[in-house]
Design a protein around this ligand. Structure first.
Ligand SMILES: [Zn+2]
Length: 137
C-alpha cells in the first residue's frame, strides 16, 4: 500500500478538494478494505479536478490520491516516476506522453538509453582483439 491518503472517487469530493485549473498527477485505486490496490496513474496538464471528475463519472476506480503541481512539466515527471516504479502492475500500458509543446523528456528513459548505449560500447570493446604495439630497437 502506498502511504498516501485515499479519497472516494466521487465528483463532489473531487470538486471539494481540488480547485479548478491546476496541473496535477493522480492514482486511481480499485477494491475495498484491505484489498484496495493502485490501478492506474495519470495526470492533467491544465485541470486535475476536471480529469478526476471525468474518471469519477465513468466509475474508473473506487478511490484516488493526488498531487497538485506547479506546472505540466512537473506533473509529467510525477506521472513518469509512478509509471516506472510500478511497471507492469499498472493498467497503464503506454508510457506517458510529454506535455504538448514541451521539450520535457522522461528522465528514467533517458538514463536507461545512456546505460544501454554504454553497455553496448563495453561489449563491443571487449570483443575487439587487443592491439599490442612494440617498438623494435
Ligand atoms: Zn520513461
Amino acid at each position: 500500500m502506498i502511504g498516501r491518503r485515499l479519497y472516494r472517487l466521487r465528483p463532489w469530493l473531487v470538486r471539494a478538494l481540488i480547485p479548478p485549473g491546476h496541473a496535477g498527477s493522480y492514482v486511481l485505486y480499485v477494491g475495498s478494505g484491505a484489498g484496495v490496490q493502485p490501478r492506474y496513474n495519470g495526470r492533467s496538464d491544465h485541470d486535475l479536478a476536471a480529469r478526476l471528475t471525468t474518471h469519477a463519472r465513468a466509475e474508473r476506480g473506487e478511490y484516488f490520491s493526488y498531487h497538485v503541481h506547479r506546472d505540466a512539466a512537473t506533473a509529467y515527471l510525477a506521472e513518469c516516476t509512478a509509471f516506472h516504479l510500478r511497471g507492469d502492475a499498472w493498467a497503464n500500458v503506454i508510457h506517458p506522453a510529454a506535455p504538448r509543446g514541451a521539450a520535457a523528456a522522461c528522465p528514467f528513459c533517458t538514463v536507461r538509453g545512456h546505460i544501454r548505449r554504454f553497455s553496448t560500447h563495453l561489449i563491443v570493446s571487449e570483443r575487439l582483439p587487443a592491439t599490442v604495439t612494440t617498438k623494435e630497437a
